[in-house]
Design a protein around this ligand. Structure first.
Ligand SMILES: [Ca+2]
Ligand SMILES: [Ca+2]
Length: 339
């Protein structure tokens, strides 16, 4: 059973199965390894990331991030910011592409659903009503008919005036279609994490060792009830609203989660000392927190919904799993060009 069918059947969202415990702080003590430079082989809007060895994962946070190990990646180029609504619109206008959220659910895959339930839609974050202080686990996610990249919160919402916001409600195949059109690819998890670390070694965050609301768009306060909005944003922010990391990349922490090409399994076992590591094969992809959902991809970086009390995944090592057929209001992507 996929996520979508599960949602529609149960009317309760099981989406990001996240841990409720806090993230732990791990002081690092190393200096920057190197800094990125412009490179003529990188297209406009992309940043050159020098190849090298870095430590992927963490042994002091969520179990899904261990075992940490040294891996090596070749040089590559990566988008300076998350793919924006304006950029995605160019692709749609050039190709006529319809995202998965804009297509009716296939009857063959969901034979038990009525025509009404097969209507196009996507998964939207809806916070509890004001004053409510208890809520069922994960019940802040709702299937909304008519929600898609052009209408992020449903048919009455729009992205007019939001050209430079990250595109959302992008499922994996949508990102792959965009990448093919753009002549680029989705990053592997190793590429993404290396880029997110910004040349720092053994640091908890992409800027150093201490959390800061001023460094990235996350959630300050008790999720999902209270957001103090100390970073200025309740929802997504326009790309490049926060300082770049050491490689000149924006929003590698927070704003929206970013898809990678790796299939998900808990942990990094087997990757240590490898060159350009990939995730497991699709057949081996599994997340025990979501046992009915089959193979899933790794997403990275956390989002504007990540808070200290819940999903403290606004760190380069952090990772989550995401069903390939499903987007949400807080998942987007950026691309790489392999050299
Ligand atoms: Ca925020
Ligand atoms: Ca991001």
């Amino acid at each position: 059973m996929t996520l979508v069918s599960h949602l529609i059947h149960k009317f309760t969202l099981i989406y990001l199965a996240v841990s409720l415990f806090l993230g732990f702080s791990t002081p690092g003590n190393a200096a920057p390894l190197s800094s990125a430079s412009s490179d003529p082989s990188c297209p406009e809007g992309m940043v050159f990331i020098p190849g090298g060895t870095f430590t992927i994962g963490s042994d002091t946070h969520y179990p899904s991030e261990s075992s940490a190990g040294d891996v090596t990646v070749d040089s590559f180029c990566i988008d300076r910011h998350e793919v924006t609504n304006a950029e995605f619109r160019q692709f749609v206008e050039a190709t006529g592409y319809k995202t998965i959220a804009e297509r009716p659910l296939p009857k063959a895959e969901f034979p038990d659903l009525t025509d009404e339930q097969l209507q196009p839609g996507s998964i939207v974050f809806q916070p509890p009503s004001e004053g409510i202080q208890q809520i069922a686990y994960l019940s802040w996610w709702h299937w909304v008919v008519g929600a898609n990249w052009q209408h992020p919160y449903g048919p009455d919402s729009s992205i007019v005036g939001k050209d430079n916001y990250p595109v959302v409600h992008i499922a994996y195949d949508d990102a792959v279609a965009y990448a093919k059109w753009a002549g680029k690819s989705l990053p592997t998890e190793a590429q993404w994490e290396n880029a997110a670390r910004g040349g720092l070694k053994d640091k908890e965050f992409s800027w150093g060792d201490s959390y800061s609301a001023k460094k990235a768009n996350t959630w300050q306060g008790l999720f999902p009830f209270f957001n103090r909005k100390e970073d200025g944003y309740l929802g997504p922010a326009p790309v490049e609203s926060f300082p770049p990391n050491g490689y000149g990349l924006y929003d590698m922490t927070g704003n929206v989660w970013e898809l990678t090409s790796d299939w998900y399994r808990v942990g990094h076992d087997g990757k240590s000392h490898s060159l350009n590591p990939l995730g497991p094969d699709r057949a081996e992809s599994f997340d025990p927190k979501k046992p009915t959902e089959g193979a899933m991809h790794v997403i990275k970086g956390g989002s504007y919904l990540c808070a200290k009390n819940y999903c403290s995944r606004y760190r380069p090592a952090a990772r989550e799993s995401q069903a390939p057929d499903t987007g949400t209001t807080h998942i987007g992507f950026r691309l790489v060009k392999n050299l």
